[in-house]
Design a protein around this ligand. Structure first.
Ligand code: NAD
Length: 512
């Protein structure tokens, strides 16, 4: 199934030279040099209006490729394919063990193409190729492997009726139907796996809208899924803008469930729209996750963990530990360690194997982060590390730390989604719990302490969907992930997620 070659002169010379410098594999080059179209009903499909969107490479700022700018008509076609497959096709009717086997085969194919997928993700997002390999692609593989196993373990229950008369009562678990999945740009393939793993395992079919900034890995994934034997129409990808493709999906009457990951602002729009036709929905939204450092920790080790918790993926992580509250008795010494460690983090292009801090995903994201850094200084936060863009053409921002922040500052209240850590001292346990919970968000929180009693006292008081103790951002497909408050509705991952893709039917049989 070949996608047409496009004129490679579209790729900017500086991007070509960047790919050559790091000896990107032939498979990746061949993929990048294609004309990227939608993937509908198992085939590449040109957009109905012929419009295209440019994709920029973040380390150089140069043009990488273009993708199709989808429309509501393209969404209609994709939903029809997913609907036909769900209502009349084989996927939802496969014997559970057969669906499980097909998903394991998909995982094997992904594993075979892991290097290529990691390169595509690194080039498209600008992230460290090592992180792409070890986190994004390995996480994708692990997620599908985990959910493959659930395909054969879905079951209802029998009920004991107290009514007069004789009944047999039981529940059936049924796949919810066609799922519309809308994805952000920070972990494109892995987030897609978080949405698709459970959906496919229970027998749903899907229409996916990747972020317009980072659609490439989703397109390659769809092609690999076909190669692995996933039937046509089960996985459909429509690329394009949120206001066009995403909005058409949120309101589409042929979609039974929307699973969205992105900002709280857009999540509210998507949720409102989905509610008009009573779609099921999962919303995984923004965060401003607090980190609490008590006075009994190893300063150096904890400073490194706190820095990694915010600067990993250049701070473009939903549960990044972006607000650190540090006990006043260690505040100055802790900041010294934090700054020392942060200053030696390697800022480099994603394909450079030494990269720790890659560029922001886009010029727009770089601009947003720089505006916050300026706002922090205007509001009186003390800039103690970084704060500047990096010379050159890519979208780089230095890892940045603010000291002596207050909770009423925009840099403390709002999600920056970049390499910016705000810090403040605290005195008591009660005070820091209030400071940590003083946010519209509740995605995650971290506690650093060696006191078992203190840690267990604080965990239940934090209003957050994940609490990390003496670490940050630990993710395993077997554990649920999802926010409290305005960080979302519902859970991704874990056994908990399956329910969000299932209807429960109560069956009553009257014995006569
Ligand atoms: P975003 O909300 O701007 O976009 C997310 C997706 O929604 C994109 O595909 C976009 O095209 C689409 N979209 C935009 N407008 C739309 C509309 N009107 N209708 C339907 N779809 C629309 O988010 P982003 O900038 O891509 O990603 C960053 C955000 O994602 C951050 O807020 C981050 O915290 C959040 N995020 C959350 C999680 C989580 O699990 N909670 C994980 C990763 C990222």
């Amino acid at each position: 199934m070949n996608s047409p070659e496009r004129n490679t002169s579209e790729m900017d010379a500086k991007v070509k030279s960047y790919l050559q410098q790091y000896q990107v594999s032939n498979a990746t080059l061949e993929f990048l040099n294609r004309q990227h179209e939608h993937f509908i009903d198992g085939h590449w499909s040109a957009g109905s209006n012929g419009s295209r969107l440019e994709v920029l490479e973040p380390s150089t700022g140069g043009m990488l490729t273009t993708i199709s700018q989808g429309s509501a008509q393209d969404v209609d076609r994709a939903v029809s394919a997913a609907r036909a497959q769900f209502d009349g096709g084989e996927w939802s009717r496969l014997k559970p063990l057969e669906r499980e086997t097909r998903l394991h085969k998909l995982v094997d194919v992904l594993q075979e193409h892991a290097l290529e997928l990691a390169e595509i993700e690194s080039i498209d997002v600008g992230k460290s190729v090592n992180d792409a390999s070890q986190i994004d692609i390995q996480g994708t593989i692990d997620t599908f492997r985990y959910f493959a196993g659930w395909a054969s373990k879905i079951s209802g229950r029998t009920g004991e009726s107290s009514l007069p008369g004789e009944y047999v009562a039981y529940t059936r678990k049924e796949a919810v139907g066609v799922v519309g999945s809308i994805i952000p740009w920070n972990f494109p393939l892995q987030t897609m796996a978080w949405k698709l793993g459970a959906a496919l395992a229970v027998g749903c079919t899907v229409v996916v809208k990747p972020s317009e900034i980072t659609s490439l890995s989703a397109l390659r994934f769809a092609e690999l899924a076909k190669e692995a034997g996933i039937p046509d129409g089960v996985i459909n990808i429509v690329t394009g803008l949120g206001e066009e493709v995403g909005a058409a999906m949120s309101s589409h009457s042929g979609i039974d469930k929307v699973t969205f990951t992105g900002s709280t602002k857009v999540g509210i729009t998507v949720g409102n729209s989905a509610l008009q036709s009573m779609k099921h929905m999962t919303l995984e939204l923004g965060g401003k996750s607090p980190v609490i450092v008590f006075d009994d920790v190893d300063l150096k080790q904890t400073a490194e963990a706190v820095a990694n918790g915010i600067f990993f993926n250049s701070g473009q992580v939903c549960d990044a530990g972006s607000r650190a509250y540090i006990h006043h008795s260690i505040y100055d010494r802790f900041l010294t360690e934090l700054i020392k460690y942060t200053k030696q983090l390697k800022i480099a292009s994603g394909l450079n194997p030494e990269c720790f801090i890659g560029p922001m995903v886009s010029a727009r994201q770089q601009e947003t982060v720089m505006k916050y850094i300026e706002a922090g200084q205007t509001e009186g936060a003390e800039l103690v590390c970084g704060g500047k863009t990096v010379e050159g053409s890519g979208f780089f921002v230095e890892p940045t730390i603010f000291a002596n922040c207050r909770n009423d500052m925009a840099v403390v209240r709002e999600e920056i989604f970049g390499p910016v850590l705000v810090t403040a001292p605290f005195e008591t346990e009660e005070e820091v719990i209030d400071l940590a919970n003083d946010s519209i968000y509740g995605l995650a929180a971290a506690i650093y302490s060696n006191s078992l009693s203190r840690v267990h006292r604080v965990i239940p008081k934090l209003k957050a969907g994940s609490v990390y103790v003496n670490g940050h951002g630990t993710i395993d497909p077997a554990m649920p992930f999802g926010g409290y408050k305005q960080s979302g509705v519902g859970k991704d991952l874990g056994a908990e997620q399956l329910e969000y893709f299932l209807e429960t039917k109560a069956v009553w049989i009257t014995l006569t």
